[in-house]
Design a protein around this ligand. Structure first.
Ligand code: MSP
Length: 636
């Protein structure tokens, strides 16, 4: 079985986990769970970074011994990770004396023996938030641009690591291993940095006791970053268990934030090169999650606690939001309004509704029994979803993986709407056809739930249980468990709404109990052209502001618009209105779009949504202008 060593950054423990740090752990967990589903032997490592001066200070402020403080914080962190269903296999702390101390001291000693560490003195601005020296040119009004706090001027004896020696070897490595650092935007950024020349870095601090003693100078401790990076190798045996180490090292993937990608793709590989150890196969630098477009910070008082979402809705809606709504590798935004909107759209109205409909109709019409049948149109969509999902997840495109699973869910809901099982149920002569519709829908749910298992483990387990299959997730495999099954019988369980809708009332969100609504609403014959309010609410109409507009080459009709719909990134929409509007007429206008239309490719460009326009009899189009409400505002 192919092994897969996956790591996340280890967190400073001077404050509790927040949505940003949780984003990293949850997305890495999705990768770990996906790899297990794909049959890899996964070792998923996380941990805490404890030798930071900020941690030391926080302990002092609380009148605690630093190690006792870190012990408490380990409990705090691990409880949060467990509540969010993060399935780490190992958790390392940099104060770990049996693993991390020997590893750090060995690596420092080997690099020293190699001639890569020398003594010097350092003078410069040091930001304690970053735990790094800052070039004067990077300061903004004398402050660290990241933390907005003044750095300290430090002058001390330091040991230096000869990073400069590894400029060329690093460039060679990047050239030979194009996927060593992803996404591309970070690779380009880091390549420019390396090409610009590398200065030697400090690997020790003097005059401090909180840290690991430098093996060849007991008066100094190892600098927190040099120390922290070694955790990845320390956890799997470096310096204390050679056999274990050879079994697991090198790591397959380091998942880290964009702010610390440089440490992982420049310092850490150079340290490994120095001591003659293999480099990790890949570093992935994910983006940041902002709250209403702003960096979360204590001083702004806008820190989102992931447990608020988990305690209200369970961890899965948050996990899904983070995976599906933020293209992995880019930055994303979180607001409660948007979270609730996506919860309603994806979970209450789409997946939850599907599970409910299938289970309640099967109960009502066939005593809960399903006989599997061959797959029709849905089977083809399922096969497409599985292959798109697999390709996306293999490439860490978690958002595309989630979207592929949801394509199948939407298709199954549409299939039910078209086939109208409630109408078939009126005539016993249709019994086989009715079973066929329910069986196909059930099979689509089963496959979609299996694909979603890495993202929503508890919910997938529950859905699969309701479909009469309570094997644990760890026994399920991509391939065997995602192929269409056309034989066998099962007993379904109709157990009520998984995700009651959240209704926003006067700014306060309330949850309605969906179990009281009929699971499916057959349309009475005389009102067959009407739709329910729930049907209407599935169409997301939103205000969007036109940022750019241009004619599509070789097309009379199409305009290509770039619009701001209040999302992390502008979206592209192709609209057939070029005969009525020149591009300039639309730029800056607030228009109304259908935001949840499946993407469609036209003339080689993917259109993500539709512009609402009146279509007068004689031709032309009148785009519905909105009052300039904020982009992203829902129209209903
Ligand atoms: N201790 C160092 C990492 C050492 S790894 C050998 C550190 N710790 S941290 O607690 O500040 O950050 C931990 C991780 O959380 C980093 O990868 C960082 O990028 C990530 N995030 C912190 N805030 C974040 C967001 N708002 N959004 C996404 N990730 C963020 O750096």
């Amino acid at each position: 079985m192919a092994r897969f060593l996956l790591t996340t950054a280890i967190d400073y423990v001077n404050s509790r986990p927040h949505l940003g740090t949780a984003y990293e752990k949850i997305t890495a967990d999705i990768i770990a769970r996906y790899r297990r589903l794909a049959g890899y032997d996964v070792h998923f490592l996380m941990g805490n970074d404890e030798h930071s001066q900020n941690v030391f200070k926080r302990a002092q402020e609380q009148g605690k011994d630093p190690l006792a403080y870190c012990d408490e914080m380990e409990q705090v962190f691990c409880e949060v990770w467990k509540r969010l269903d993060v399935s780490y296999d190992d958790f390392i702390r940099t104060t770990d004396r049996t693993r991390h101390y020997p590893a750090t001291q060995k690596l420092a000693q080997v690099a020293y023996d190699k001639g890569d560490i020398y003594e010097g003195s350092y003078e410069g601005w040091y930001c304690e938030g970053c735990e790094a020296f800052k070039p004067e040119k990077d300061l903004v009004n004398g402050n660290c641009p990241l933390h907005n706090t003044p750095p300290r001027w430090i002058k001390e004896k330091n040991w230096f690591f000869r990073l400069s020696r590894y400029q060329q070897p690093l460039l060679d490595h990047f050239a030979k291993h194009p996927s060593f650092l992803e996404p591309e935007i970070r690779r380009n950024e880091i390549l420019r940095l390396i090409e610009g020349g590398l200065e030697d870095i400090s690997m020790s601090r003097s005059g401090q006791s909180w840290g690991i003693p430098v093996p060849f100078d007991r008066d100094s401790v190892v600098y927190v970053w040099f120390d922290a990076l070694i955790n990845y190798a320390a956890a799997v045996g470096y310096g204390w268990n050679e056999d274990l180490y050879r079994q697991w090292w090198p790591a397959n993937l380091h998942v880290v934030g964009k702010d610390i990608t440089r440490f992982h793709s420049v310092f850490w590989p150079a340290m490994l090169m120095s001591v003659g150890e293999p480099l990790a196969e890949q570093v992935f630098g994910h983006g940041w999650v902002y709250f209403k477009g702003e960096r979360m910070s204590k001083s702004l008082g806008n820190i989102v606690d992931p447990l608020d979402a988990a305690n209200r809705f369970g961890p899965d809606p948050l996990r899904l939001y983070l995976a599906k709504e933020i293209p992995y590798g880019g930055d994303g935004d979180f607001t409660w309004g948007r979270f609730e909107e996506k919860y309603n759209a994806d979970l209450a109205n789409n997946l939850g509704n599907l599970v409910n409909r299938v289970a309640s109709m099967t109960e009502r019409y066939q005593q809960g029994r399903i006989r599997a049948t061959g797959g029709g149109a849905l089977a083809a969509i399922a096969a497409e979803s599985v292959s798109a999902y697999t390709a996306a997840m293999q490439a860490h495109a978690l958002h595309d993986g989630a979207a592929a699973a949801f394509r199948l869910i939407s298709a199954a809901n549409n299939f039910i709407a078209e086939q109208q099982p409630w109408a078939l149920a009126k005539d016993p002569a249709n019994a086989d056809q009715l079973n066929g519709v329910l069986a196909e829908s059930t099979e689509a749910v089963r496959i979609a739930a299996t694909l979603l298992a890495p993202i929503m483990p508890a919910s997938s387990t529950e859905i699969l249980r309701r479909l009469g299959d309570d094997r644990p997730l760890k026994d399920r495999r991509l391939g065997a468990d995602t192929a269409w099954r056309s034989s066998g019988e099962k007993q379904l369980l109709n157990a009520g709404a998984l995700w009651p809708r959240i209704e926003a009332e006067q700014g306060a969100a309330t949850v309605t109990d969906q179990t009281q609504k009929p699971a499916e609403t057959p349309a009475p014959a005389d009102t067959s052209s009407t739709i329910t309010i729930d049907d209407f609410m599935r169409v997301h109409l939103k205000v969007a502001k036109v940022l750019e507009a241009e004619r599509m080459p070789k097309s009379q009709k199409l305009l290509k618009l770039k619009v701001d719909a209040g999302e992390a990134e502008p979206r592209t929409i192709l609209a057939g209105i070029a005969e009525a509007y020149g591009p300039e007429a639309l730029i800056g206008k607030s228009i109304v779009i259908v935001a949840n239309l499946a993407p469609r490719k036209m003339m080689g460009i993917e259109s993500n949504g539709m512009v609402l326009a009146a279509s007068p009899e004689g031709g032309g189009a009148i785009v519905l202008n909105s009052e300039p409400a904020a982009p992203g505002t829902r129209v209903r």
